[in-house]
Design a protein around this ligand. Structure first.
Ligand code: CA2
Length: 145
């Protein structure tokens, strides 16, 4: 099974700013955590982070026919991007939306997700373990088929 972990804008700064919201673990820590869990589950995992909407769209398109599940924290694009919604719908790859914080408990502008309709689940407010939960969810779904 091949899994792609996509992270949107500013998530490369994890652990460097706003630890009270996003914790003190870094993006490299997140990669190591998921890599370890993926190894246990015999999953081939790859990571892509970008601050650019078009680059994230390109990564979703390139996943078509190759990747069996996407773990996606679209960061601020969650609340703005019809283009990312269209890309997820176009490829039809099972995708889990993950947020480190709970955007529904924050500012009103964070309480809308354009991407949720194209995702099989949303995991929010659980910190980095939320990504691990998403990995397990995609793994179970893949092996149910
Ligand atoms: O809670 C999440 O995971 C978010 O997707 C994070 C986004 C935010 O726009 C969403 O509403 C919720 C922001 C990511 C910014 O990441 C940073 C990490 C460390 C320091 C500064 C920003």
């Amino acid at each position: 099974m091949n899994i792609l972990v996509l992270n949107g804008p500013n998530l490369n700064l994890l652990g460097m700013r706003e630890p009270e919201i996003y914790g003190s673990a870094t993006y490299a820590d997140l990669q190591a955590l998921l890599q370890k869990e993926a190894h246990k589950l015999d999953i081939a995992i790859e990571f892509f982070q970008s601050n650019h909407e078009g680059a994230l769209i390109d990564a979703i398109q390139a996943a078509y026919g190759r990747i069996h599940g996407i773990i996606f924290n679209p960061a601020a694009y969650t609340h703005t991007s019809i283009a990312l919604l269209d890309a997820l719908k176009a490829v039809g790859i099972p995708t889990v939306e993950v947020h480190i914080s709970d955007p529904d408990q924050r500012e009103p502008f964070r309480q809308v997700s354009y991407l949720r309709p194209a995702c099989i689940a949303t995991i929010k407010g659980k910190g980095l373990p939320g990504y691990v939960e998403a990995l397990h969810l995609l793994h179970e779904r893949y092996h149910q088929k």
